[in-house]
Each structure stands twice: as structure tokens, then as C-alpha cells.
Design a protein around this ligand. Structure first.
Ligand code: AMP
Length: 172
């Protein structure tokens, strides 16, 4: 995992002053590193009967879809408002300034399914807490684990995730 860490790039003051943005594009652009990331997650979850991998817009889709393919599972998109064409469930959540909303198709998951939720970065946990709430409010599924490429430990985002199993490949 140290090799993965070494190719994630820090961009200071992006998208605003004081934020150190973790840029994963060098990892995504490196075939060996991207493969190692997905293979590690596949090995972790293979044989558990995962039915679907849920990804959160937008970088989460890259990991969710690729992992789903590797596991032979389906993939499900949680999107920003107005992007999904069919009937949706919605969840609004607080941001530092204002609110945001996430949506999922009403038929995206079926009762009894075992799912993973995947995203690139666990920061404050606000986005994933809203995603978990959205899913748990509307679907009787088992969230087997929430997986991240990286976790910013000092922001304590995992404390917002209802005690669900959380696993991150890289920690800062
Ligand atoms: P949060 O809701 O605070 O856990 O973060 C929401 C999303 O913002 C994450 O899924 C990341 O895609 C992105 N994000 C937050 N902080 C960073 C960061 N320092 N570097 C890169 N992406 C970030």
C-alpha cells in the first residue's frame, strides 16, 4: 500500500484555501497501481456473495464499477439531484455552507441483497453518512462493508457511519 500512497498527489489549497486535496488521477492513470487497488478489494470480498457495489458520484463510480465487475456483482449509482432518469429516493445533508442532496433509483436494490459501498476518500464522512441513511431508510439490504481508497483519520469520518464495518486501504 506504500507504493499506492506514493503516487497519490497532494494539491494544496484546492478547491479552496486550507484544503490539501488528495489527487488520485496519477493512481488511476497507472495500470499497475489501479489493478493493485481493485485486486486488493476483490480479494477482500470474493466469496462473500456480494450482489451489488454502490458508488457515489463521481469518483466513487470508477471504483464501484470496476470492483463490481471483478466480483461479478452489479453496480449501483448514488447521484447528485436531477441526474437519474427513473423514480428516486432522496436524502439531503448538511455541508459546511448549505446543503446537498443525493439520489438513488427506487428499484436499485432488492431486499436481502448483500452490498458494498465504495468511495475514493473518507474525509468528514458527511457524504457517506447520507448515502448509508439513504440506503437504510429505503432498502432492507445488508451493508457488508464500506470501503475507501483512503481515509483522512484526523477528520474522524468513520464515527458518522453508524458503527458499520469500514475499511480503508490507505490512512493519512
Ligand atoms: P466527506 O463527505 O467530507 O467525507 O467528503 C466527501 C467527498 O469529497 C469524498 O468522497 C471525496 O471524494 C471528496 N474529498 C473530501 N476531502 C477530500 C480531500 N482532502 N481530497 C480529495 N477529495 C476529498
Amino acid at each position: 500500500m506504500d507504493s499506492l500512497k506514493s503516487i497519490i498527489r497532494d494539491i494544496p489549497d484546492f478547491p479552496k484555501e486550507g484544503i490539501i486535496f488528495k489527487d488520485i488521477t496519477p493512481l488511476l492513470g497507472n495500470g499497475a497501481a489501479f489493478k493493485q487497488t481493485i485486486d486488493t478489494l476483490r480479494d477482500r470480498h470474493q466469496g462473500k456473495g456480494i450482489d451489488a457495489v454502490v458508488g457515489v458520484e463521481a469518483r466513487g463510480f470508477i471504483f464501484a464499477a470496476t470492483l463490481a465487475y471483478a466480483l461479478g456483482a452489479g453496480t449501483v449509482m448514488v447521484r447528485k439531484p436531477g441526474k437519474l432518469p427513473y423514480k428516486t429516493h432522496q436524502k439531503s445533508y448538511a455541508l459546511e455552507y448549505g446543503t446537498d442532496t443525493l439520489e438513488i433509483h427506487q428499484d436499485a436494490l432488492q431486499s436481502g441483497q448483500k452490498i458494498l459501498i465504495v468511495d475514493d476518500v473518507l474525509a468528514t464522512g458527511g457524504t457517506l453518512a447520507a448515502t448509508v441513511d439513504l440506503i437504510q431508510s429505503h432498502f432492507k439490504v445488508e451493508i457488508v462493508e464500506i470501503d475507501f481508497l483512503m481515509e483522512l483519520d484526523f477528520l474522524k469520518g468513520r464515527e458518522k457511519l453508524n458503527g458499520l464495518p469500514v475499511h480503508s486501504l490507505i490512512h493519512y
